[in-house]
Write a protein that binds this ligand. Sequence first.
Ligand code: GUN
Ligand code: ZN
Length: 437
Amino acid sequence: MSDHDTPRKILRARLLSFRADPAEAGDDAHDYVEDGALIVSEGRIEAMGDYATLAARAGDLPVIDHRPHLIVPGFIDAHIHFPQVQVIASWGAQLLDWLNNYTFPAELGFSDPDHARRMASRFYDVLLAHGTTTASAFCSVAPESVEAYFAEAERRNMAMIGGKVMMDRNAPEGLRDTAQQGYDESRALIERWHGRGRALYAITPRFAITSTPAQLAAAGALVAENPGCYMQTHLSENRDEIAFTAELYPEARDYLDVYESHGLLGPRALLGHAIHLEPREIDRLAETRAHPVFCPTSNLFLGSGLFDDAGLRARGIQSGIATDVGAGTSYSMLATLNEAYKVLQLQGQKLHPLRAFHWITRGNAETLGLTDRIGTLDPGSDADVVVLDTRATDAMALRAETAETLAEELFILMTMGDDRAIHETYVAGRAMKSGAR
Ligand code: GUN
Ligand code: ZN
């Protein structure tokens, strides 16, 4: 047995997993098992089904009985900043001042390997406490931050995506690389980490403002040379950001064109925020199959604006959903759904609870192209699952007394839930929240 192996076992609970987006496939989109079982072995889900049937078939296996809780696939956070664990909850600014006053000073510290390691350990403790088993993170400009990020994920056998931020202008001394250095360091990190264990690399030019055209060209070369890697950045989050970008890139037709003209778009491109879009940008998002990523707590916190989910969906664009900590105000994907619901309400749009739970599991896995490995309870998937307690607080328990349907129960979880509703988090079959690690 390797370090990461766990004994074969049965998890017994209610089960919920998605086959498709409920907004498109209706009731056929999900599987719900009232007295369900997962057989977990060698870090994978071997079987999912009804407890009586699977227990009879499996013979004498240890059973971990999580009834009456609900098991769903581990949550996926499609956009978060690892070096912002001590930036979350910083008062009073919108994007550009917030970056200069709070974020850049904090990110400077991540060139110190000891600091980066300590923060990485705490970062994963917090993610797992909130039920997040996979995230795509921006590290800092320092390769040491990426090393700490992936090394700690490997220690916990977590499927994590991340990359070194590339930025060669409009950032303080000590936080800037150069076009060549950004290319060289990213390339070395890709060689070291991409595809090692469960790690996947994201080429990460921070955003147009902090990269020269030469650096975006270098990022484009990395994308062309490493088609299996992701590309993550920020797009059209804030009006002042958009105006400054237009000054820096006068030739570009619009903000998205800055990225497109440097070869950064495609189905593995993740574009944080994408709030204030021109019609041409929406056309090109649809045509390139790039993914906007909705960050509701961040968009409200920084006063950035309201993400037009229905408008993008109507064009066949598939958006991810994410916390964007530290501009985001919670690590919880449940709290993220709570704010997403409200952002859509303000625009006369709806977020049905089944669609919401699809989004933070299979939906984000589709956005990342990883549904064969994570995001569902399908046999063969990695056993990354969370155990949800709908009665985690007195207020939730009181409300749950009158819930009659699964959808009502899920709506309580997404409206009132946070880390307290995460009873347990399993990573590759191993219980991580209760300290069993
Ligand atoms: N745009 C460029 N960098 C950042 C960041 O760290 N957070 C957010 N919310 N937007 C950004
Ligand atoms: Zn961000």
